[in-house]
Design a protein around this ligand. Sequence first.
Ligand SMILES: [Mg+2]
Length: 312
Amino acid sequence: MSPRRTIPYVNEEVANRDFKYYIFDWDDNILHMPTKIRMEHRGEDGVWRPVDVSTSTFALVRADEEHYRAPPGGWAEAFRNFEDGPDRDNFIEDTIDALERIDHGEKPSPSFNTFKKTLVEGRIFAIVTARGHAPETIERAVRLFIKYALSEEERETMMSNLRGYRQWLDGVGEGEFGTDAEELDYYLGMCRYSAVTYSGFKKRMADDPIYKEKLATATTAARPELAKEFAIRDFVEHVFHMLQRTGELGRSVAIGFSDDDKGNVKSVSNYIKAELSKRFEGIKFVVYDTSDRTLSKGRKVCVSGQLNLPGF
Ligand SMILES: [Mg+2]
């Protein structure tokens, strides 16, 4: 057995790193969740019958209006399981279920390991999902991910990296660090959790002068994609202001986005090319299509910006 690597209390090496951030879709990108969408399917006999559809199937059939449609009660009813319920903690229970299946040998989703690495390295990230949960619910699920998917050594490495960033960027000195729980709270508080069909998110979007106008002219079908755009812009601005505050904007910055839904991948790629890459010229954007489960990290589909970082 090789001796256990000693993990420093504060990893000062983080000050030599590039700034690399990630935006993750949740379902079938980080985790295969058991949550089902309630739909209706038209059989060979032309009769519509209720059917429960997984999120991965939904990504494939959502445009097939000839065979799939919303149940009576509309899309709100179809996605009832994707919201925080008064009687059941859907997202938390389904996250535990998905993590336990991986523990029992199920193959993880394409971005599972990238998400894990992001956490261990202590990098800021955003979760952007079409779900309707409160940000606190998603943050709780991320805490479960840390508890289940990271080994004790990986969690220790994460804490060492987090203290490294606090020392480098916030000037926290020796003896000034909070407890592990406090430092983890601080880190997770810097990340963003955007469920775009959550009422609070929708309100924020409707209050934004630019998106208020975009929403007014958008078709119903284009709205979820607009919402993802809004969440992405929000995160990129957050990262930009954070770097501005620390005075470290001269360094190379890259932001990755991964999603298993080809429709989202396409619209986000277009949005990056048309708007974000022009507004944030120094930032490199990379989009990963993770719809092919046989590829371990997905397929790089869109790269924008001049910087060329190793590892991206
Ligand atoms: Mg997905």
